[in-house]
Design a protein around this ligand. Structure first.
Ligand code: NAP
Length: 265
């Protein structure tokens, strides 16, 4: 996908920790990082299985539920790509525990380091009006914004609902986008966002449309509105999740990531 792509490459990044690297977006994200000359390290729970999925890729064993393992994994990372998610499993609170809790544990493990971070969340992450949508993805976005890390947040639209001629990328903000996107397009956008300053501090939904893939990523991200400095929400997100009404544990997590920021920056 990076044929003919121009990007100013103004971030000094080589070592990228890929969280969720064995997943359906994580695998193409690792390949995208390699194509861009980065050195991806894959956080994996089961190295023997991961070796089959990611041949030749440096693996670091760890579990998002095990903060000690994460400290070693994040050490030295100049960037993070977060595409993890709970596979559901027996825990009814799996989204809180893995999707949100994993992001919280990674941020805590950084202990004040500030790697450039790309976080994938989900279509409808901010849509409290849609049945079945929980706020845990949105809460993970909020933690990242509160952390002070240089970030880009990408809630993609529906995986695979896209044809081969739909290579043009459309970025929208505000949580109302709907449409399809190919997995390699998501992966390329996440990695591309690390490499240009114009994606910094931005949150955008990602959809594919008919046409060619972007050739100038700096300009492409540059047209978007930035999130407001100090805000927990994306620039056009609905103001319908007041922090004061959040569970006490969620507010404590926000305070904890803010205090790490204060201690180190
Ligand atoms: N389907 C759609 O149309 C759509 C649209 C927009 C957004 N999304 C969002 O995209 C996400 C799915 O992405 P995907 O398809 O890439 O997911 P996936 O294939 O299920 O991959 C999930 C990754 O998370 C890792 N993981 C899970 N628990 C972990 C833990 N405790 N410690 C370390 N790693 C852990 C998995 O590792 P293992 O290999 O060890 O399990 C795997 O690498 C979901 O959150 C969904 O909401 C989906």
């Amino acid at each position: 996908m990076d044929q003919g792509l121009t990007m100013s490459r103004n971030q000094n990044i080589t070592d990228v920790l890929m969280v969720g690297a064995t997943g359906s977006i994580g695998q193409p994200a690792v390949r995208a990082a390699q194509r861009h000359g980065l050195h991806p390290r894959a956080l994996v729970r089961d190295p023997r299985r991961a070796e089959q999925l990611l041949p030749g890729v440096e693996l670091v064993q760890g579990d998002l539920a095990d903060p000690v393992s994460l400290r070693h994994a994040v050490s030295g990372a100049e960037a993070l790509v977060l595409t993890h998610r709970s596979s559901g499993g027996p825990r009814p609170d799996a989204r809180a525990h893995v999707d949100y809790g994993g992001a919280r544990n990674i941020l805590a493990a950084l202990d004040g380091a500030q790697p450039r971070t790309a976080l994938m969340t989900s279509i409808y992450a901010t849509r409290s009006d849609i049945p079945g949508v929980t706020p845990w993805k949105r809460r993970s976005e909020r933690l990242l914004r509160a952390s002070g890390l240089p970030y880009t947040i990408v809630p993609p639209c529906w995986f695979d609902h896209v044809g081969p001629t739909q290579r043009r990328l459309v970025l929208e903000q505000g949580g109302t986008a709907d449409g399809g996107i190919a997995r390699d397009q998501i992966a390329e956008t996440l990695v591309g966002s690390l490499l240009t300053g114009t994606a910094l501090g931005k949150t955008f939904e990602l959809i594919a449309a008919g046409g060619q893939e972007p050739s100038d990523w700096d300009g492409f991200f540059g047209d978007l509105k930035s999130d407001e400095s100090g805000s927990l929400d994306g620039v056009l997100d609905p103001a319908d999740l007041p922090v004061e009404a959040e569970p006490q544990a969620v507010r404590a997590d926000l305070d904890a990531v803010r205090s790490l920021r204060g201690a180190n920056g």
